[in-house]
Design a protein around this ligand. Structure first.
Ligand code: CO
Length: 199
């Protein structure tokens, strides 16, 4: 109970500090939202988008779900992407996974109860599609790490095929897709190499 009060107390101090540093901080943010980035990351509490990238309020539009997936039939992530591209006109979409992802690990294990199993199915499909590569790896830990990477790459490729993204490129809108992974062990981001900025 008291821990929640701590959060409110912290917030009051934080808001006061912002205003003392920059009296128009909140006024400016109220007037307009124009983030340059859309971040698609995992819900994992250890991978907070703003903190690990140094981005301030107003600078990144964030969507997080278990294992950072963007299934075509998922209305939630699809709406976020549509709004970010068509209305906010973000210039970068960053798909960021992380090593040690529990959602990805679940796809290497036994079946779960719904609705989690329904969600993890998206990852099982990526595992199945890449089973030759994964099975050739020496141990479970290497398979887990590689599947974390393959998931990010798959999601980034899926984004590049989305109608809303292709339409943006067709009308000449600046928009780049990036595939990153975060390592919980050292706090570092790594570019996995897939990127696209046009048709
Ligand atoms: Co995760």
């Amino acid at each position: 109970m008291d821990r929640c009060k701590d959060l409110i107390d912290y917030n009051q101090q934080w808001a006061a500090d912002r205003v003392s540093e920059d009296p128009e901080f909140f006024e400016r943010l109220c007037a307009i939202q124009e983030p340059e980035f859309l971040w698609i990351g995992c819900s994992d509490s250890r991978v907070p988008a703003n903190q690990i990238t140094g981005l301030q309020p107003g600078e990144v539009f964030v969507h997080r779900n278990i294992a950072n997936v963007v299934p075509r039939e998922d209305v939630n992530s699809a709406s976020v992407i549509q709004f970010a591209v068509d209305t906010l006109r973000v210039q970068h979409i960053i798909v960021c996974g992380h090593y040690g992802c529990g959602g990805v690990k679940a796809a290497l294990g036994p079946s779960l109860e719904d609705p989690l199993e329904f969600w993890v199915e998206h990852l099982r499909r990526i595992r199945d599609k890449n089973s030759d590569e994964l099975d050739a790896l020496p141990d479970e830990d290497s398979r887990w790490r590689r599947l974390c990477e393959l998931n990010v790459l798959t999601q980034a490729e899926n984004l590049a095929r989305l109608r809303v993204v292709r339409a943006a490129w067709q009308r000449g809108q600046a928009l780049a897709i990036h595939s990153w992974i975060y390592d919980l062990r050292d706090g570092l981001l790594k570019d996995l190499g897939f990127s696209r900025d046009g048709l």
